[in-house]
Design a protein. Structure first.
Length: 285
């Protein structure tokens, strides 16, 4: 499925005219101006899966943020939105093949990180509650409670629960499951599987962060299936060799000048992995 057909960025002349008009101000940075134009990126044409590949500073995250801002996509966390972001996006244009659905969104590594921090906060509360329940169990078990009025009914229920259950069962019945049973990788994968619905445009910024190689391959299969069977379109910024191998993906090498389209096995990051394992091939049994 293709929702976003192509997206155009301002050329060097348009950027230069804007920046020169601002020289009288106190700003020493005009981000996102002069980021994507340095490698002559003027337009991106999209497939059901399009990948922006490049090192730090190549502009792949900037491109996603600009596209997400221009399209008004939902997002969970703040980003480096400077005073010039609105001016920049006004110079951008795009073409849709289909209307963008309400489920569409941009998902960044910061979103996943904040989600995991929230889980830890919940866990801290759960752990404290668990300690309180341990003491609660002992206080009730060895107390001599007598019901004197209907106001004591809730306490009576607790007494009956304590008397009919072991300490561990009482705790389990009184407390929600601790989400820390999930690793960071599992929690990150949960976030993607929860946020990515059917029939939507999704911009993913380095989704491999916090994921083990096994989980990256699981995410790869999930994204491939979502694009193939469930009407999703993905634009992904990544340098993960696993995600770069996605079937049918169109890959823009943001490190090239000008930005060029390449096969995943041609990319320097992938070649570095290949050369390393070839050198140590004899060590594998």
């Amino acid at each position: 499925m293709i929702y976003l057909s192509h997206f155009s960025f301002p050329d060097i002349e348009e950027e230069y005219s804007f920046v020169m008009a601002q020289k009288r101000t106190c700003y020493d940075s005009f981000y996102p101006f002069q980021i994507l134009s340095k490698n002559h990126l003027l337009m991106l044409d999209f497939e059901p899966v399009t990948i922006l590949y490049g090192g730090n500073g190549s502009g792949k995250t900037t491109a996603l943020n600009v596209i997400g801002e221009k399209l008004g996509l939902s997002r969970d966390t703040l980003y480096n939105r400077t005073n010039f972001f609105e001016d920049y996006t006004k110079l951008c244009s795009y073409k849709l093949s289909k209307p963008i659905t309400a489920e569409s969104r941009i998902i960044t590594s910061d979103d996943v990180f904040d989600f995991m921090l929230n889980l830890r906060t919940i866990n801290d509360g759960i752990n404290q509650k668990r300690e309180d329940l341990f003491q609660d169990y002992l206080d009730i078990k060895y107390s001599k409670f007598q019901m004197k009025s209907m106001d004591d009914y809730e306490q009576l229920k607790k007494v009956n629960m304590v008397r009919s259950n072991t300490q561990s069962r009482y705790i389990r019945n009184s407390l929600m499951d601790n989400v820390r049973e999930h690793s960071n990788g599992e929690s990150a994968f949960m976030y993607f599987s929860d946020k990515i619905k059917e029939n939507g445009l999704y911009l993913l910024d380095e989704p491999e962060n916090s994921l083990s190689p096994e989980r990256q391959q699981e995410l790869l299969r999930f994204l491939e299936d979502s694009a193939r069977f469930f009407g999703c379109q993905f634009i992904i910024a990544t340098h993960s060799p696993f995600l770069l191998s996605m079937k049918g993906a169109k890959i823009y090498d943001m490190d090239e000048e000008p930005v060029d389209i390449k096969g995943w096995t041609e990319l320097s990051n992938v070649r570095a992995y290949y050369d390393f394992f070839k050198q140590h091939e004899k060590d594998f049994r």
